[in-house]
Design a protein around this ligand. Structure first.
Ligand SMILES: [Zn+2]
Length: 87
C-alpha cells in the first residue's frame, strides 16, 4: 500500500525524529523517491526541526507545521498540469 502525500505529511515528524518502524520508513522513502513535492517538503521540515533544536520543545509548533503544509499545497498546485495555464 503506497503512502499518499497527505499521509506522508502526517507522519513526517516521526520520520525526521526516527520514531518510525522499518516498514513505515520504507514506504515513506518509496514515496519520496517518486514525489519531488514531498522531497522538498521533508527537506523544509528538517530545516525547521534543526532551527527548532535550540528550543526546549522537541515538537514542531502547530503554526510552523501548518505554514509548511500550506506551502506544500502551493507547490503541488503550481505544478499541477490541470490547473496551470499556458505561458
Ligand atoms: Zn508526495
Amino acid at each position: 500500500m503506497m503512502l499518499t502525500c497527505r499521509e506522508l505529511t502526517e507522519i513526517v515528524t516521526d520520520y525526521i525524529e526516527g520514531r518510525m518502524s522499518l516498514w513505515d520508513r520504507v514506504r515513506f522513502q518509496l514515496h519520496l523517491g517518486m514525489c519531488t513535492h514531498c522531497r522538498a517538503f521533508v527537506r523544509q521540515m528538517r530545516l525547521a526541526r534543526s532551527a527548532n533544536a535550540a528550543v526546549p520543545s522537541p515538537e514542531l509548533t502547530p503554526e510552523l507545521k501548518e505554514a509548511l503544509l500550506a506551502r506544500f499545497r502551493d507547490w503541488k498546485r503550481a505544478q499541477d498540469p490541470e490547473e496551470s495555464s499556458d505561458p
